[in-house]
Design a protein around this ligand. Structure first.
Ligand code: SAH
Length: 398
C-alpha cells in the first residue's frame, strides 16, 4: 500500500472530511494515476483512503475516512446504492434524474445522469477512471438500466492527464440502442441525445426552476418572454406552459435551438409562438434595447463565467453587464429569473452583482425567491464547493 504523508498542519481539511488535498500539502509519497493510497498526517496518523492524481493540482481525492474500509468493487457498489436510494426517496417526478453528483455522493469526479433507460456518465478524475469497470457494473446492477453511455469529454479531464473518451460503456447484446432519449419533466416532453448534448445531454439541475418559471409566468400573466442561453428551450417550453404567447430563445448553439423549436410543437404549442435566435446574448440584449423591445419575463442562465474564484472579478463584470441589460428590457411588473452556475461566485456575491446591475439600470425589484439546483444535485455540509448553482427570481417594481 502506497502512503502519502502530509505536511504538518495540512491534515485539518481531511479531519473536517473535506475530500481534497492540494499538491502543496503533500510532504512525500506518490502513486500511479488513480491508485488507492493511504493518506496520513506528518506524524503517521491515518486520515483517509484516497485516489492519487499525479498530474492534478488536486493531488488526492478521498474515498473514505474509515480506516477499516477497503476500496474495492463492493465499496463502489455501496456508494452507488446509497446515491440511488437517496434519489428514490426524493420522489422526483421525472425520468431524468442526476444519480451521482460527485463529491456529495462520496464519489469525487463521477457524474451520472439517468435519462429514461439510459445512464450517461462522466469519469472526470484519475480515481474514477481507474475504477471505471467496477463503477459501470455497479451502476447497471443498482439501477436496472441496461444502457450506459460514457461522456468523458469534459475539459477538466485534461487537468488529470486523461484523454477524452466517449461511447457506449455498457450495452446489452442485440441491436444498438439509439443515443436519442425522450424524458418527461414538469409534465412536458423533452428530447436529448446523450452522444451529442452538452455535458451528459441535458441540464437537469434547473428542473424545479423551470417548473417554478411556468407557475410564475401564469401567476404574473407574462405574455412576452425572452429566454437567454436557452440551450434546448426548457425554460421556453415552461413559458408556453405558463401561457406566454410570444417566446424568444437565444443561444449560440444551432443544434440546441433546432431542438428548442422541436420541443415547442412536441408539447402541443404553436410553432409561431416561438422564435429561436442563433446569436450572442450580450449583443442581442443590446440590439433589443436599441429597438425599444420590452418583455414581461426574462431568463438569464449563462454558462459558467467563473470556473474558480480566480476568475471572479472578470466574471462579476460579465454577470453585471447582462443583468443590467436584462433589467432595461423588463416591463414594469415583469419577472427576471437570473442564474450563475459559477463555483467561483458565491450566492452573496451574486446577489450583490444583480443588485448593482438593477441600480445601474435605475430600477428596483422585489426578490421573490432565491433559487438553487434541484435536490438530486445535493450539496453536503463538508463540501461547500459543491454549491455551484444560485439564482434569483425578481419582479420589477411597477
Ligand atoms: N437554460 C438551459 C441551460 C443553459 S446552458 C436549460 O434550462 O436547459 C448555457 C447555454 O448558453 C448553452 O446552451 C450554450 O450554448 C449557451 N451559450 C454560451 N455562451 C453563449 C453566448 N455568448 N451567447 C448565447 N448563448 C451562449
Amino acid at each position: 500500500m502506497k502512503v502519502i504523508t502530509l505536511r504538518e498542519g495540512k491534515e485539518r481539511s481531511l479531519l473536517r472530511r473535506h475530500p481534497w488535498v492540494f499538491q502543496g500539502s503533500v510532504a512525500k509519497g506518490g502513486g500511479d494515476p488513480g491508485e488507492t493510497v493511504r493518506v496520513q498526517s506528518h506524524d503517521g496518523k491515518f486520515l483517509a483512503w484516497a485516489a492519487f492524481s499525479p498530474s492534478s493540482q488536486i493531488r488526492v481525492r478521498a474515498w473514505s475516512f474509515d480506516e477499516a474500509e477497503r476500496i474495492d468493487a463492493a465499496f463502489f457498489a455501496g456508494r452507488v446504492r446509497a446515491a440511488v436510494a437517496l434519489r428514490r426517496r426524493l420522489g422526483i417526478d421525472s425520468n431524468g434524474v442526476r444519480l451521482i453528483h460527485g463529491e456529495a455522493d462520496g464519489l469525487p469526479g463521477l457524474i451520472v445522469d439517468q435519462y429514461d433507460d439510459v445512464l450517461s456518465a462522466q469519469f472526470l478524475s484519475a480515481g474514477t477512471e481507474r475504477w471505471k469497470d467496477a463503477i459501470a457494473d455497479a451502476l447497471v446492477a443498482e439501477t436496472g438500466c441496461p444502457y450506459l453511455y460514457e461522456r468523458s469529454d469534459s475539459g477538466v479531464r485534461g487537468l488529470e492527464g486523461l484523454p477524452p473518451v466517449t461511447g457506449w460503456l455498457r450495452h446489452p447484446d442485440g441491436p444498438h440502442r439509439a443515443t436519442a432519449v425522450t424524458i418527461h419533466e414538469n409534465g412536458w416532453k423533452l428530447t436529448l441525445d446523450v452522444a451529442e448534448g452538452h455535458k451528459t445531454g441535458y441540464y437537469l439541475d434547473q428542473r424545479d426552476n423551470r417548473g417554478l418559471f411556468a407557475r410564475l409566468v401564469r401567476q404574473l400573466d407574462c405574455r412576452s418572454v425572452l429566454n437567454c442561453y436557452s440551450y434546448t428551450g426548457g425554460f421556453s417550453v415552461a413559458a408556453l406552459a405558463g401561457g406566454a404567447s410570444e417566446v424568444i430563445s437565444v443561444d449560440s448553439s444551432a443544434p440546441a435551438l433546432a431542438r428548442a423549436n422541436a420541443h415547442v410543437t412536441l408539447n402541443g404549442y404553436e410553432a409561431s409562438a416561438h422564435v429561436a435566435l442563433d446569436a450572442d446574448v450580450n449583443g442581442t440584449l443590446r440590439r433589443f434595447i436599441q429597438e425599444g423591445k420590452r418583455f414581461d419575463a426574462i431568463v438569464l442562465d449563462p454558462p459558467k463565467f467563473a470556473p474558480s474564484a480566480a476568475h471572479a472579478d472578470r466574471a462579476s463584470r460579465a454577470y453585471k453587464d447582462i443583468n443590467r441589460l436584462a433589467f432595461k428590457l423588463l416591463n414594469p411588473g415583469g419577472l427576471l429569473l437570473t442564474f450563475s452556475c459559477s463555483g467561483g461566485i458565491g450566492a452573496e456575491l451574486f446577489h450583490k452583482i444583480v443588485a448593482g446591475a438593477a441600480m445601474d439600470a435605475a430600477i428596483d425589484g422585489y426578490l421573490l425567491q432565491r433559487l438553487e439546483a434541484t435536490a438530486d444535485h445535493p450539496t453536503t455540509l463538508t463540501f461547500p464547493e459543491g454549491e455551484y448553482l444560485k439564482g434569483l427570481a425578481i419582479v420589477r417594481k411597477a
